[in-house]
Design a protein around this ligand. Sequence first.
Ligand SMILES: Cc1cc2nc3c(=O)[nH]c(=O)nc-3n(C[C@H](O)[C@H](O)[C@H](O)COP(=O)(O)OP(=O)(O)OC[C@H]3O[C@@H](n4cnc5c(N)ncnc54)[C@H](O)[C@@H]3O)c2cc1C
Length: 418
Amino acid sequence: MLEETIELPAIHTILDVQQTTCCIVGSGPTGVVLALLLARQGVPVILLEAHKDLNRDFRGDIVHAGVLEIMDELGLTERLFQQIPHAKADKINFATSKQTVTFADFSRLKTRHPYATIIPQVQFLEFLIAEAQRYPNFKLLMGANVQELIEEDGIIRGVRYRGNNGWHEVRAQLTVGADGRFSRIRQLAGMELNKTGSPMDLLWFRLSRHPEEPEGLMARFGCKRILVTYNNFENNWQIAYVIPKGYYRQLRASGIEALRQSIVEFVPEFADRVEQIKDWNQASLLSVEVGRLPRWYRSGLLLVGDAAHVMSPVGGVGVNYAIQDAVVAANVLGNPLQAGRLQLSHLATVQRQRELSIRTIQGFQTFIQKHIIAKALQSDNTLKLPMYLSLPILRDIPAQLLSFGILPVHVNNRLRVN
Ligand SMILES: Cc1cc2nc3c(=O)[nH]c(=O)nc-3n(C[C@H](O)[C@H](O)[C@H](O)COP(=O)(O)OP(=O)(O)OC[C@H]3O[C@@H](n4cnc5c(N)ncnc54)[C@H](O)[C@@H]3O)c2cc1C
């Protein structure tokens, strides 16, 4: 006789139950901006973050003009720039040993901020959290690792998280999964990304920068490798070493000296400092995945940011698009949440207002990955950069898409400072 195994739900001792209107899981750019904007509208919000601090290295630190315009509308840009060290880049250039072309020229954008800003994400998030903390209806819980959804009659009613001393519950009208590319909320809700393959992985690390070295964002295409460099806010070179997908093991096996030599082949001036890379621990591997949820919501639950759409690193747009999601969600959901009249159609509206922009940028990134990056990563010869990259008629499209998306996002009038 076959014995049937029945999985029983785990029973925890719940230490306390907190009630709020919106429970946001994850204090990355999406969660923090959404929490701030809902708090500004008087909506009670609890923001839960699994880590005890925000201090993680190698988080995205490029912020495009679209986000700065949002910061303008919130009256925050001036203070942001005064308080946090940052660098600016007005172009992204692509270079081979034979030619250099401008891939995105931000200086031609019609905006108060015609550049990409490189700003430490941790300090940016701390700044926004401090802003949210001015509102008594905002609460941040650090070290709150969400592990379960509370579901009743098919409706998500909140979450259970593990804190320092045990299990806790937060019950809410709406739960938002803003918990990033490996979203636990997405998994718990049984939602699956439609994935598009990516030909690459990235290794991130830093080298020092001499003050007289030219600033800028440059992708250098070599044989089977691409090296992206930009000067960061600490006056270092932030470097992304792009390798064929799955190649990392082989790279490591060939030793750290081979990595150093390969970097010097790209940028001979780095010969005087590649010794700074002493250990593989100084580098952080990003396994590139691209994907998108077909549906971002269920009754009582919405997913936004990387949790709803994992971005390719092409153009450094993850933070931008994540914050734009948060603004749209706050614009659409603020009133119904406050009035206690949230419906599924409101959640659908958030997805509808964001979907075209997300599809377009992911399509654009996939095009670049397929027609330029994959070719360089497969080629034994120097890549010939495609002609269309230097066509004047196309030259404003990449900067516009990276900075604003196909449908620029703005903060509702009721949330603006002026
Ligand atoms: C190495 C690297 C470099 C990048 N460079 C750039 C760049 O230059 N420019 C750019 O625009 N984008 C970049 N990106 C992408 C960018 O960082 C992301 O797109 C962006 O951070 C997404 O924001 P998010 O708030 O949706 O998710 P995240 O920033 O991933 O934040 C999710 C948060 O949720 C928390 N969390 C996860 N699980 C739980 C849980 N169970 N309970 C509670 N909290 C939880 C996490 O700790 C995290 O703080 C980079 C990404 C990486 C990995």
